[in-house]
Ligand binder design. Structure first.
Ligand SMILES: Nc1ncnc2c1ncn2[C@@H]1O[C@H](COP(=O)(O)OP(=O)(O)OP(=O)(O)O)[C@@H](O)[C@H]1O
Ligand SMILES: [Mg+2]
Length: 281
């Protein structure tokens, strides 16, 4: 678990009146408007909202890939996005990408150790030792360390990507629909895997999804965004006790919360749909 010398836990993401306007060839696209959220250290935050509402935009701003045009984002005391700073990605914020991003020409071990070795944070043998410890702790067989990504199942690739992120000991993990392409069984296994990672590491997780079952199963809180320009319109607490396993999917409370989230998202999707209809009319 990340903690400072004074014992205070790390990994708070404060999104403070964030605006994002893209300006492709002089045509303004207002992606995020007055976005506010206070994600606590060690919280599992799920973000849902209609397509094109600005979810990835916000994740990119937290990751340091693209700046906010207004407001600010803080990771603990550090300002990580705002018009008045020069932004950059950092090993304290690791992203697990939607399409996967393993180097196909490197082995599993080569992929996991690449980051800390390249940044000069660890020697190769230290990184290998750390990788093996992580794989062991998180239940990933070390037998796969010599394999290349093409020889792994989709689910296993995601597990390797998560370990590749964790070896940097980030404060937060950022995930953008990471399991979208998986079949239902692999997805279910990944959910349980990610929950065990979460329970073991207590990292703050910022996870975007369109899958409402996934949102309720994983989250401490679900942050619902409006249609574009996106802002947070509701925060729904998931008061289902941890540790959770697939059996919670059949509980009354699970269904109740999912229906609540669904109603909030559908209201926004309908607005987006109607706005589209008007544009077409
Ligand atoms: N680089 C860019 N230049 C111009 N417009 C952009 C850029 N990136 C995103 N947009 C626009 O900003 C809006 C928000 O996009 P974003 O990708 O953040 O949405 P999203 O909520 O992640 O959508 P989805 O659920 O489909 O992934 C969209 O209208 C999109 O077309
Ligand atoms: Mg997106």
């Amino acid at each position: 678990m990340e903690s400072k010398p004074d014992g205070k836990r790390q990994g708070r993401i404060l999104i403070d009146h964030v605006e994002k306007v893209y300006d492709p060839e002089g045509v303004n696209v207002h992606a995020c408007r007055d976005c506010n959220a206070d994600i606590q250290p060690g919280e599992f935050a799920m973000v849902v909202g209609p397509s094109g509402c600005g979810k990835t935009t916000l994740l990119n701003a937290i990751a340091g890939f693209d700046n906010a045009t207004g407001g600010a984002i803080y990771l603990d005391e550090e300002k990580i996005a705002a018009p008045d700073i020069v932004q950059s990605p950092g090993a304290d914020r690791m992203v697990v990408f939607q399409g996967g991003a393993l180097f196909p020409w490197k082995t599993v071990m080569g992929n996991i150790t690449y980051g800390p070795v390249m940044q000069g944070k660890m020697r190769v043998n230290e990184a290998v030792k750390e990788a093996r410890e992580l794989m062991d702790r998180l239940g990933l067989s070390q037998e796969i360390e010599r394999l290349y990504p093409d020889n792994l199942s989709s689910g296993m690739k995601r597990q390797v990507e998560i370990i590749r992120a964790l070896i940097n000991d980030p404060k937060v993990l950022l995930l953008d629909e990471p399991f979208r392409a998986l079949d239902n069984i692999s997805k279910g296994l990944m959910h349980e895997y990610l929950l065990s990672v979460f329970e073991l590491t207590q990292k703050t997780i910022f996870f975007i999804t369109h899958d409402l079952d996934e949102a309720v199963f994983l989250a401490d809180r679900i942050f619902v965004m409006t249609t574009r320009p996106g802002t947070f319109k509701a925060v729904i607490e998931v008061d289902i006790p941890r540790p959770r396993d697939f059996r919670v999917l059949a509980t009354e409370r699970f269904v109740e919360i999912r229906e609540h989230v669904k109603a909030e998202v559908e209201e926004e999707s309908m607005k987006a749909f109607e706005a589209g209809e008007r544009e077409l009319a």
